[in-house]
Design a protein around this ligand. Structure first.
Ligand code: GDP
Ligand code: IMO
Ligand code: MG
Length: 432
C-alpha cells in the first residue's frame, strides 16, 4: 500500500510527525515538491529534528529516501542537512537518492526572491507575498522558462554547468538591477561551488523515476511526503499568495514520474485549528487573545523562518475543498491538545459573501476570499488530562463531539488524533 501525506491547510499541520510515524510501514519515503521552504519537525524522545529538504523518513534506519524531480534543491542547504544528520549519527550514505531532473536553487534565486519581495512591498498595494526567501519562486520560474535552468544532473557535467551558470548570471544580474537590487551573483564562484557539490552529491544523483518504478515492481511500499500544503498549491491554492509548486497530492505523479494509480491511500494532515505564515486571505483568523493563546500554546512560530504564525479557528470549508482535491481517504487531526482549556471552540462551516448570500464552497482566489465572512458552528470547550494511552474514546466529551462533527461534515474518517509532538502522543483508534 502506497501512502500520500499531504497538508490540508496552509502548511505546518504536523506532516513531519505523521511521516515519521508511518515510515515503519513503508520502504521508501519520497519528497515530490517544494524545496527548503518546508520545515518539518520530528520529535523522537529527547531529540528534535527540523528537516527542510531531506525526507523525514531518513530518521528511520534502513529506509530509502528519494528527492523527486518535482523538488527544487538548494545544494548548500542539503549539504548542511546531511552534515547535521551525520553529526547526530543518522547515516544517509547509500539510502538518499536525488533526481537528476530536480532543479537547482542557487544564490541568484535567493537574491531574486528577496528583490521581488522588496519590489512588491514598494509597489501600489505595498503587499508582498511573505515568502521564505529560499529562492523557490525564481527557481521554479527558471524551470518553466527553460534556457537558464540547471538540474541536479547538470552538476555532473562540467561544460553544461559552466555555460548555464554564465547565461543565468547574465540574465539574473539584469533582472536584479531592474528590481533596484544592488546584489549580483558571482559566476566563477558559483561554478566552483557547483563543481564541489557535484563531487559531494554525485553518488546520490540518479534517475529516480526508474528507481521508483523498480521499487514498485519489487513490491516496495512508498510514502509520499508532501511539503507546504494544499492551500499553497500554485494552481489550486489562494493564488497569488501561494508557493510555486503543486503541493497537493495532485503534484505526486508529475513530481515523481509515477502514475496516479500508484497512490492507494491519502492521509490528509489537518490542524485542529488553522494557521498561516506570510500574507494572504485567512477568513477565520483571530486577532484577539484567543489567537495569541493558540500561538503560544501551539508554539506557532515558523520552523524555517521563525516568523509568528497567524492563528484562527478551523475552516472546514477550506478543508472540505482540499480533501476533495487530494482524494483524501482519512484524516490525521493534529495539535488537538492546543484547544484544551478554552470556554468555547468554533468551526467555520460556510462563508457569507459580500452580496449577503452564503456558500459552503471554497473560493481559491485571494481577492474574492478576502471579502468573505466566516459562518461558525459553536462548541462548548473542554478540559482534562492529556495522559492517554492511545485510545480516542478517552478524550473528554467536548473533544469527541468536536471530532465527530468534523468527521460527519467531511464524511472522511479521522484515523489519527495527535495531542502532542511525540510519537507516543497519538490516538490511533478510528471512529467509535
Ligand atoms: P509540518 O511542516 O507540517 O511538518 O509541521 P511543522 O513541523 O512545521 O509544525 C508542526 C509543529 O507542531 C512542530 O513543532 C511539531 O513538533 C508540533 N506538533 C506536531 N503534532 C503536535 C501535536 O499534536 N501537539 C502539539 N502541541 N504539537 C505538535
Ligand atoms: P511546510 O512544509 C508554511 C508559505 C510562505 C509564503 C508562501 C510562499 O513546513 O508546511 P515560498 O518561500 O514558498 O515562495 O513562500 O508560502 N510557505 C509555507 N508556509 N509552511 C510551509 O511548508 C510553507 N512553505 C511555503 O510562508 O506565505
Ligand atoms: Mg512546517
Amino acid at each position: 500500500m502506497n501512502t500520500a501525506i499531504t497538508g490540508l491547510q496552509w502548511g505546518d499541520e504536523g506532516k513531519g510527525k505523521i511521516v515519521d510515524l508511518l515510515t515503519p510501514e513503508h520502504d521508501v519515503v519520497v519528497r515530490y515538491n517544494g524545496g527548503a521552504n518546508a520545515g518539518h519537525t520530528v520529535v523522537v524522545g529527547e531529540e528534535t529534528y527540523a528537516l527542510h529538504l531531506m525526507p523525514s523518513g531518513i530518521l528511520a534506519p534502513d529506509i530509502e529516501c528519494v528527492i523527486g524531480n518535482g523538488v527544487v534543491v538548494d545544494p548548500e542547504k542539503l549539504m548542511e542537512e546531511i552534515d547535521s544528520l551525520e553529526s547526530r549519527h543518522i547515516d544517509t550514505e547509500g539510502r538518499l537518492f536525488i533526481s537528476d531532473r530536480a532543479h537547482v536553487v542557487l544564490d541568484y534565486h535567493k537574491m531574486l526572491d528577496g528583490a521581488l519581495e522588496e519590489f512588491l512591498a514598494r509597489g501600489r498595494s505595498g503587499e508582498s507575498i511573505g515568502t521564505t526567501r529560499r529562492g523557490i519562486g525564481p527557481a521554479y520560474a527558471d524551470k518553466v522558462l527553460r534556457a537558464p535552468a540547471l538540474r541536479m544532473g547538470d552538476l555532473l557535467h562540467d561544460s553544461v554547468l559552466e555555460e548555464r551558470i554564465r547565461i543565468a548570471c547574465d540574465l539574473h544580474s539584469e533582472q536584479l538591477a531592474s528590481l533596484g537590487c544592488p546584489e549580483r551573483p558571482d559566476p566563477q564562484q558559483l561554478i566552483d561551488r557547483c563543481r564541489q557539490w557535484g563531487a559531494q552529491l554525485g553518488p546520490r544523483i540518479t534517475d529516480t523515476t526508474y528507481l521508483l518504478h523498480d521499487a514498485v515492481t519489487a513490491g516496495k511500499k512508498l510514502l509520499f511526503e508532501g511539503a507546504n500544503a494544499c492551500l499553497l498549491d500554485v494552481d489550486h491554492g489562494t493564488y497569488p499568495f501561494v508557493t510555486s509548486s503543486n503541493c497537493s497530492a495532485l503534484g505526486i505523479p508529475a513530481g515523481t514520474g509515477l502514475p496516479p494509480s500508484s497512490i492507494d491511500r491519502v492521509v490528509g494532515i489537518m490542524k485542529a485549528y488553522s494557521t498561516r505564515v506570510g500574507a494572504g486571505p485567512f477568513p477565520t483568523e483571530l486577532h484577539d487573545a484567543i489567537g495569541d493563546r493558540i500561538r503560544e500554546k501551539g508554539r506557532e512560530y515558523g520552523t524555517t523562518t521563525g516568523r509568528p504564525r497567524r492563528c484562527g479557528w478551523l475552516d472546514l470549508v477550506a478543508v472540505g475543498y482540499t480533501s476533495m482535491l487530494c482524494g483524501t481517504t482519512s484524516i490525521a487531526c493534529m495539535l488537538l491538545d492546543v484547544l484544551f482549556g478554552l470556554d468555547e471552540v468554533r468551526i467555520c462551516t460556510a462563508y457569507r459573501l459580500p452580496d449577503g448570500s452564503t456558500t459552503s464552497r471554497f473560493i481559491p482566489d485571494a481577492h474574492q476570499l478576502e471579502g468573505v465572512e466566516p459562518i461558525y458552528e459553536s462548541f462548548d470547550g473542554w478540559d482534562g488530562d492529556l495522559d492517554f494511552d492511545g485510545d480516542r474514546d478517552q478524550l473528554p466529551d467536548g473533544a469527541r463531539r468536536y471530532l465527530d462533527f468534523i468527521e460527519s461534515t467531511l464524511d472522511i474518517p479521522i484515523e489519527m488524533v495527535s495531542v502532542g509532538p511525540e510519537r507516543t502522543q497519538t490516538l490511533l483508534a478510528t471512529a467509535h
